[in-house]
Design a protein around this ligand. Structure first.
Ligand SMILES: O=C(O)CCC(=O)C(=O)O
Ligand SMILES: [Fe+2]
Length: 330
């Protein structure tokens, strides 16, 4: 696999090389009017100085072990290092589907012990992904209470986002990868430990990334294997253009809704610890034309859902979808 060296804020990183070009995600002080403007116009930006999770900068494996309590945490395991998300609710109707990762629930202490054991085991990567809940110990509650809610709430208000839905705690081994996908929520992604490389793609790159059908467990994920793209099946992947940036401790990345992202925990800098702040979409006051690429993705999703429900048999989807457009809209 081809790699290249990247230098970012004085640190050196080895990153994988992909067959598409990228431009840097802007990196700006959080109070910079240019940063505020990017968020308001639904563009990604790496924000410095916000201290969104300033009260959690001391979180590391030992502190979390002592203070996270004895609740159960979901830990995913992968032999490829890739953790492509799958929706288990969509598995019963997709009998041939084989989950690419497995998961088990364990205490944080059990996870930390396993991590120490497996740290040098290239064949087994682990990634803890668990929304923060009320089983955490009192010091974590204290740190959480002292997040920069004033700024977060102000962003929520200014951008008319809906309610905060969850804070996902992500603790990953070096080298873990979350393959390209989009989410249906706004996200302030806060980094605490380690470095993550983000590859981002505008929602207008939809046709270059070939998401799975909506009824598939991998809905919202790209079908393209970035390490070994099948250009015959996915020819427009060759036209893909993206953004990239490295997010380190204290940085916050705004990931706008429907923006594709691939996330790679970089090697040589220890485990990665991150927290997401997911917000429901802003309510649309008045529709303005032309529609944005994100609004078109939302329309496609709704239509696809309606057709899938009406047909009630996923084997009918493919001929139906082709017949609807063939020689008419093609
Ligand atoms: O950090 C990761 O590995 C994935 C994060 C992600 O996909 C998200 O925050 O939406
Ligand atoms: Fe995501």
């Amino acid at each position: 696999m081809a790699t290249e060296n990247t230098v970012n804020s004085g640190e050196k990183f080895v990153t994988k090389k992909y067959p598409f070009s990228t431009q840097p995600i802007p990196r700006l002080y959080y109070r910079d009017p240019k940063a505020e403007h990017l968020i308001q116009s639904g563009q990604p930006v790496i924000l410095t100085g916000s201290n969104l999770v300033g009260s959690a900068y001391h979180w590391d494996m030992d502190y979390l072990c002592s203070n996270l309590g004895c609740g159960q945490y979901t830990v995913y395991t992968s032999s490829s290092g890739k953790f492509k998300y799958y929706d288990e609710k969509k598995m019963p109707e997709n009998k041939d589907f084989k989950p690419p990762t497995s998961h088990t629930d364990m205490t944080f202490q059990e996870f930390a012990a396993k991590l120490k054991q497996e740290r040098n085991n290239e064949k087994e990567r682990m990634y803890l992904q668990q929304p923060l809940n009320d089983t955490v110990g009192k010091w974590i509650v204290m740190d959480f209470t002292n997040f920069n809610w004033e700024w977060a709430n102000q962003q929520q208000k200014t951008n008319r986002w809906g309610p905060l839905t969850s804070n996902l705690l992500l603790v990953g081994m070096e080298g873990v990868i979350t393959p390209a996908h989009y989410d249906e929520q706004e996200n302030l992604f806060a980094q605490i430990q380690g470095y993550k490389r983000f590859l981002l793609f505008d929602p207008d790159q939809f046709e270059c990334l070939y998401p799975y059908p909506i009824y598939h467990p991998h809905d919202r994920q790209s079908q393209v294997d970035f390490d070994n793209p099948d250009f015959e099946k996915f020819p427009k992947f060759a036209d893909l253009k993206g953004y990239e940036g490295i997010v380190g401790p204290k940085d916050v990345l705004y990931i706008p809704m429907y923006w594709w992202h691939q996330v790679e925990s970089l090697s040589g800098h220890g485990e990665t610890i991150s927290i997401t702040f997911w917000y429901k979409a802003a309510q649309t006051m008045k529709v303005v034309y032309p529609l944005t690429a994100g609004q078109k993705v939302a329309i496609m999703r709704n239509i696809e859902k309606m057709i899938a429900e009406a047909l009630n048999d996923k084997s009918e989807m493919s001929p139906f979808m082709s017949n609807m457009v063939l020689g008419r809209y093609t």
